[in-house]
Design a protein. Sequence first.
Length: 94
Amino acid sequence: MIVRREFDQQLAAELGQQVGSDILGRIYAARAVTQNQLKTPLTALARPDAMYGMVGAVALMIAALQQQQRIIIVADFDVDGATSCALLMRGLRA
């Protein structure tokens, strides 16, 4: 079921122009995303190595690749899971 949210049409137009997509502008406006949130630089994001267990996981993956071991990728079926799975598979094949 699609639920249509009410949103500020002017904000949607501004956000759409900023990101180059009218559809994304409407989605962002409906979800109360601000222009400042879209301007967040990559340096403001959390460092990947700050995630618990990341350093060990990377070391394990490097060792598996060097030893040409098989790697099993497990992901869920939502958007971020499917995208992460596809990116990881593409990266490992490169």
